[in-house]
Design a protein around this ligand. Structure first.
Ligand SMILES: Cc1cc2nc3c(=O)[nH]c(=O)nc-3n(C[C@H](O)[C@H](O)[C@H](O)COP(=O)(O)O)c2cc1C
Length: 321
């Protein structure tokens, strides 16, 4: 394998760590001699909960950014095209010249392996203002913006989250889908195992998603009073915009991990049309809401939940040409 192809294969491998809706990992990579192609795997789409593949695209965008982080860490320059097609390539990365890697890029690659979804409650201490400023800045290049919510807007978000949960609870197909992807040990390498779910849904102002599955994580006696909530949003509603929002989510999450800030996504209110409209109003009609997030501090003395499983590389990466 030539040097370029090997770097592309490593990038696709690093992208396996990316977060995805219910850990569906709805992506496939084709490594060619001169480019890396990203495809959606609609067989792992949540057809009831995510019929328009929005969350699939956000997840694939996160994987796309993870691959770029791996190339940055090896000093590769590259260009990214985003056709955003669910039938053809979603994105194509074409490598360019190589130069010494920036130390920052190496740190990001390390964060990619540390990052995880932490559903424990957060401490009563707020994320410091300068850190929030850094996170808002980290999210923005080329993709979505992070809008931080004020107290009243957090209450509006809480209502939207509750309504979305009720709507999805009432949908038999969505319930069946949840049961397929969530709970238990997950030996096939996909889905959310019990070890990543709280034993009880914590009592917070903005309710965490009720996965309706038994969990084993001690949520803690904290709350979300000191948490900061935000909405990732942007101008466009095209597949490539949702893909880009996933790249922003990944940038934001890696930066948060570096600052020891835990990030919890809330996609329920974006999945359900009438709560998505409520989030649009909350943004004052200035953009399309892609995902709500909670940012908070964890007690460093308590052990974080284990990492969720991943599909083997052979199942998501094809070496072509
Ligand atoms: C687009 C997207 C939406 C998500 N929505 C939620 C959510 O509503 N509630 C939640 O608890 N986790 C949510 N997650 C977190 C995933 O469940 C998590 O990324 C996945 O299980 C893999 O675990 P990891 O992040 O620990 O690697 C979401 C992640 C993504 C990328």
């Amino acid at each position: 394998m030539n040097e370029v192809k090997q770097a592309l294969a490593q990038a696709a491998d690093a992208a396996r760590f990316a977060p995805s809706i219910h850990n569906t990992q709805p992506w496939r990579w084709v490594v060619r001699a001169d480019r890396l192609e990203l495809y959606a795997v609609t067989g792992r789409q949540l057809h009831a909960q995510d019929p328009d593949a929005r969350m699939l695209l956000v997840s694939c965008g996160a994987a796309l950014h993870h691959a770029q982080v791996a190339l940055d860490a090896e000093g590769w320059g590259y260009t990214v095209e985003r056709p955003g097609s669910l039938d053809g390539p979603l994105a194509v990365i074409t490598p360019g010249d190589r130069r010494p890697a920036e130390p920052e890029a190496t740190r990001h690659l390390q964060m990619l392996q540390v990052r995880r979804t932490d559903r424990r409650t957060v401490r009563d201490e707020a994320v410091p203002g300068p850190v929030l400023d850094a996170l808002v800045k980290a999210a923005s290049p080329g993709g979505a913006e992070l809008h931080l919510l004020d107290r009243d807007q957090v209450l509006d978000l809480a209502v939207a989250v509750e309504h979305a949960q009720s709507a999805e609870d009432a949908d038999e197909r969505a319930r069946a889908e949840l049961a397929t992807w969530v709970g238990g040990d997950r030996p096939d390498g996909t889905g959310i195992p019990a070890s990543a779910l709280p034993a009880e849904v914590p009592l917070t102002t903005v309710a965490e998603r009720d996965f309706q599955a038994e969990g084993s994580v001690t949520a803690g006696d904290g709350h979300d009073r000191a948490a900061t909530y935000g909405v990732l949003y942007g101008r466009g509603d095209a597949p490539s915009d949702w893909l880009r929002s996933g790249e922003s989510l990944s940038r934001l999450w890696l930066a948060a991990t570096e600052h020891a800030v835990s990030l919890l996504p809330f996609s329920g209110p974006v999945e359900v049309p009438f709560t998505r409209a409520a989030l649009t109003r909350l943004l004052g009609g200035t953009g399309v809401p892609y995902l709500a997030v909670r940012l908070g501090l964890q007690d460093p003395d308590r052990t974080a939940p284990p990492h969720t499983p991943r599909l083997p590389a052979t199942q998501v990466i094809t070496l072509a040409d």
